[in-house]
Design a protein around this ligand. Structure first.
Ligand SMILES: [Zn+2]
Length: 645
């Protein structure tokens, strides 16, 4: 970044600033125009005028084709204490205000209320322009979650203490993004660094004559040696300063597990992802430190590096065009896979090339999410995952899998057994909990206590805090009613290991959902030791088991596994209980859904690349796509350079 920062006074930016100054009326009282990362921030002493005449900003955005945000000038911002007092007076009591968070870097105040619908922009008793004028801070209305999320609290705290540093960084990032273009003609290439011909360590580099963008930065949870575990960043011979941005599609460890290490080794630039992806990945990255320590491995990064990510992340909503370098625009779109998961659409040059990276996608509706978006104005190259890319990878319909699930659970509970569901904290846990709640209430599933342990309840709070990323019905339930769909009378969260006596008590049937999903660590292991030897119990897998993980070995029929015991001794655990796997709950598309997704994009495609699958699956999907759609289709391996344009 230092090399680029020497170019001061940028023609492109001067041009933009002049246009803005000339088009904004005097009444708008603009005091300052500054970059705020990929956005242009207009500071004003009269926010009410611009809020009441919002066509001024939308016209301007149409002219300059850049994102603009209106910020209040520091001089009109009331002290936090005063502003809080005014807010408490102005917010209707019925809205049940819970907390406020003031972000000095942006001049925004997040107002968390139990009944946010009473505070929306069109609410009768709460005029946003009037409130903003009174307090000098812009409002963000949020739903207060039933249980406050510690992860979100930590992020807010870190943003607060680093606000001066962040403001400066955001200005520098803006200077970088809007620097003049150097290259005349752009050659676009994709360099594969991990997650090709395999599931794990997803990572690639998108390069043009101008820019270098790293996409995803994961680890391979099933690998045992460093050369197999981490992305092959060593292959390229570039320094981290050369990167313009890192873009993260979703929070899972195989897409984000190496990101803290990237910051540890000196990456200082922006990290783009959706708003819920930040707390989700922080939660997962911190848990990975604990899991590594518990397994006697040295973690590759520390908590400090995870905190650093919070400071460098710029969150983007779905469907918003954002400049991330002089010649690349990014749009994130719903991928239907986990909370905040995104397809990444890179618009390169002046419409020279459009590259869409699917990330992990679910092209099918679930309780939690809408099906993945497919409606891209243009796509020349598609890179698509192939976790279930083989022809025989057909998942049962939702109806079928739900009835198999009910049977699997009922049989075991009726025998006084316990059902252990190893589950990733993120996504699947919330989906399964809602299915259980629904069928116990309807009487189709035997009623029994459901225990959750691990990060599940924290992850549920993060879901509840981001209703706009959930499926429509669920969103409405959270935003427009007093209900919390993630809570139910059947559920008990096991807060501490001393509280495990109840779920493990003999002859008391129950369901236990515990992390991690692939038996690679976390509280699930303690339950596993207790539950596996008894044949009346059952272990029920509902998510993908990566090659090399203990979950995969158990699923493949191991009758005994060695595990680390209490005092670091190796213990042999016999597996006599039932083992079952149900596929239809997966957050991944099955073969048919992957093909339907490509079919939807077909008229526009010039080339399809396939990744994120065991080699045979990627090959199978690439062959099917080539034959069915007559579109060139390949399945690159790691360390390949593919010219896109
Ligand atoms: Zn994933």
């Amino acid at each position: 970044m230092q090399r680029k920062q020497q170019q001061k006074e940028l023609p492109q930016s001067q041009n933009i600033m002049t246009i803005i100054l000339e088009s904004i009326p005097k009444e708008a009282s603009v005091t300052k125009i500054e970059y705020e990362g990929p956005r242009i921030a207009l500071y004003t002493t009269s926010p009410r005028y611009l809020m009441e005449n919002n066509e001024i900003i939308s016209n301007l955005v149409n002219i300059i084709k850049k994102r603009i945000v209106v910020r209040t000038d520091e001089s009109i911002r009331k002290s936090e204490e005063d502003a809080k007092q005014i807010l408490t007076q102005m917010i209707p009591k019925d809205a049940n205000l819970q907390s406020t968070f003031f972000d000095t870097a942006t001049g925004e105040v997040s107002v968390e209320a139990k009944r946010p619908w009473l505070l929306q922009r069109n609410a009768e008793e709460f005029n946003h322009a009037e409130v903003t004028e009174k307090i000098g801070w812009k409002l963000r209305i949020r739903k207060a979650t039933t249980n406050p999320s510690n992860t979100i609290k930590t992020i807010n705290y870190n943003l607060k203490v680093s606000s001066a540093e962040r403001s400066k960084q955001l200005r520098q990032i803006g200077d970088e993004i809007f620097r003049p273009k150097l290259a005349q003609k752009s050659e676009v290439s994709l360099l594969t660094l991990g997650g090709f011909g395999q599931v794990g360590r997803s990572c690639m580099l998108l390069t043009t004559g101008e820019s270098k963008i790293l996409i995803d930065c994961g680890i391979n949870p099933g690998a045992r040696s460093p050369s197999e575990s981490y992305p092959r960043l060593d292959w390229l011979g570039f320094t981290l300063d050369d990167l313009d941005a890192v873009v993260i599609g979703h929070a899972h460890l195989d897409h984000t597990g190496f990101l803290p290490a990237l910051c540890k080794y000196g990456y200082k630039g922006p990290i783009y992802c959706t708003e819920p992806t930040l707390p989700m990945m922080n939660l997962i990255q911190l848990d990975a430190i604990k899991v590594a320590s518990a397994q006697g491995r040295t973690p590759i990064y520390s908590e400090r590096d995870v905190k650093q990510i919070m400071k460098q992340t710029i969150t983007l909503p779905y469907a918003t065009v954002t400049d991330i370098s002089p010649d690349i625009k990014l749009v994130l779109a719903n991928a239907g896979h986990i909370l905040g998961s995104a397809l990444c659409h890179f618009h390169i040059g002046n419409g020279d090339h459009n590259f869409v990276y699917s990330g992990d996608i679910k092209y099918g509706k679930s309780i939690l999410f809408e099906a993945a978006s497919w409606n891209f104005p243009r796509v020349e190259t598609l890179l698509i995952e192939s976790t279930y890319g083989a022809k025989e990878d057909i998942q049962p319909s939702r109806q079928e899998v739900e009835s198999s699930f009910i049977n699997a659970v009922n049989n075991t509970l009726a025998d006084d057994g316990k059902v252990l569901i190893p589950i990733p904290a993120v996504g699947r846990a919330q989906e399964i909990m809602m299915v259980i709640d629904h069928y116990m209430k309807s009487g189709e599933m035997v009623e029994a206590p459901v225990f959750t342990e691990g990060m599940i309840s924290e992850a549920s709070s993060i879901h509840e805090a981001h209703p706009e990323y959930l499926a429509r019905e669920l969103r409405q339930k959270i935003l427009e009613t007093d209900d919390n769909p993630f809570d139910s009378e059947y559920f008990t969260n096991v807060e501490h290991q001393d509280a495990r006596d109840e779920p493990l008590r003999e002859n008391s049937p129950c369901i236990i959902l515990a992390t991690s999903g692939m038996l690679e660590g976390g509280p699930v292991l303690e339950y596993f030791k207790n539950i596996a030897p008894d044949k009346k119990n059952k272990i029920l897998f509902v998510s993908y088991q990566v090659n090399g993980t203990m979950g995969r070995r158990v699923l493949d029929g191991a009758r005994q596994v060695s595990m680390l015991g209490k005092e670091g001794k190796i213990e042999a655990v016999n597996i006599n209980c039932g083992i079952e796997k149900l596929d239809g709950f997966s957050g991944h598309s099955d073969y048919n859904q992957l093909i339907s997704f490509v079919h939807r994009l077909r008229p526009k495609l010039r080339r399809v690349l396939v990744n994120h699958g065991e080699r045979r699956k990627s090959e199978n999907l690439a062959t099917s796509i080539r034959r069915m759609f007559r579109v060139p289709s390949h399945y690159p391996q790691i360390q390949e350079a593919i010219k896109l344009f």
